[in-house]
Ligand binder design. Structure first.
Ligand SMILES: [Zn+2]
Length: 289
């Protein structure tokens, strides 16, 4: 299989792509699935050249997506983007080994929401597509199109959860899955993520190890006050953490609280400044199954 090699991943990183974007391209190159990235037209042109060199089929959306009117507190990430004429924002680029699948995804996106068709092409577990469709309206109207709170509500266990399902690490540039899992311990998502881990591991074991280190720890999703992670630390470990383990997409009152309380987290009292109760989500590499 003419997959990617480590020098091409390095070339992408040098051009400003994130690790999860590189992972998406690796998956398409390995014919594991069809991949879709939201990038600038300049990056799409670069990626198109790289992918064509590897015999991949490529299509670029005729429309753009530009940032919504709401500041989401997630750094450069956009969940609430709106469609706009080409040139107004970021475009979608579709990559895959099969031309028909690339064209199908491109045309489906142009028509509008067809989550089951795209879910199949992107290899999203059906249980998670069901969950996505069932909650789409609520996610849009209440949660800026992020499903973290809804996933927490649907998860019966309190954690720790398998680190491979921590899609929230994407806000810090890493992730093994690009979809919202239906629960934090969704088995189908774990299997899907482990396939991805295997693919990037074949290219670089240290990349796989970096993804694990960036995805394990305790995550706080505080709505528009950002996403925060205490890397490599779990509440249940009982040991203190250091302020330098706290990484946030947005620095404000909540990130200051996490840093100030290092070593001694007042879990029961965690609230965002808007009064929202924040549940710590523990992602660990040693979860009992
Ligand atoms: Zn699921």
């Amino acid at each position: 299989m003419a997959g990617m090699d480590v020098s091409e991943v390095a070339e992408m990183l040098f051009k400003g792509f994130t690790y999860y974007e590189c992972r998406e391209v690796v998956e398409a190159a390995a014919d594991y699935k069809l991949s879709r990235l939201m990038v600038t037209r300049e990056k799409a042109a670069f990626l198109g050249r790289l992918a064509t060199r590897r015999g991949l089929h490529v299509a670029v959306s005729d429309f753009d997506v530009h940032e919504g009117d709401i500041p989401e507190g997630k750094g450069a990430w956009i969940n609430t983007g709106k469609r706009a004429p080409a040139g107004a924002g970021l475009c979608f680029i579709y990559l895959g080994r099969r031309r028909s699948a690339v064209e199908l995804a491109h045309d489906s996106d142009a028509r509008g929401e067809e989550p089951y068709l795209l879910g199949e092409l992107f290899r999203i577990p059906e249980c998670c597509t069901d969950f996505y469709c069932k909650h789409a309206e609520l996610a849009r109207s209440v949660y800026d199109n992020d499903y973290a709170e809804l996933i927490t509500a649907a998860t019966r266990a309190s954690g720790p959860f398998p680190w491979v399902n921590n899609y929230l690490a994407q806000y810090f540039g890493h992730s093994l899955i690009h979809h919202f899992p239906c629960t934090w311990n969704c088995r189908a998502s774990v299997e899907r993520a482990e396939d991805s881990l295997g693919l990037i591991s074949e290219i670089s074991p240290s990349w796989a190890d970096l993804t694990r280190r960036m995805s394990t720890g305790t995550v706080f999703h505080s709505g528009r006050e950002g996403v925060h992670i205490i890397r490599g630390w779990t509440v249940s470990s009982g040991s203190p953490y250091r302020a330098d383990q706290v990484v946030s997409t947005t620095y404000g009152a909540f990130s200051a609280l996490l840093k100030k309380n290092s070593g001694n987290l007042p879990i029961g009292a965690l609230r965002s400044t808007s009064g929202m109760i924040i549940t710590p989500l523990e992602f660990s590499s040693c979860v009992e199954e």
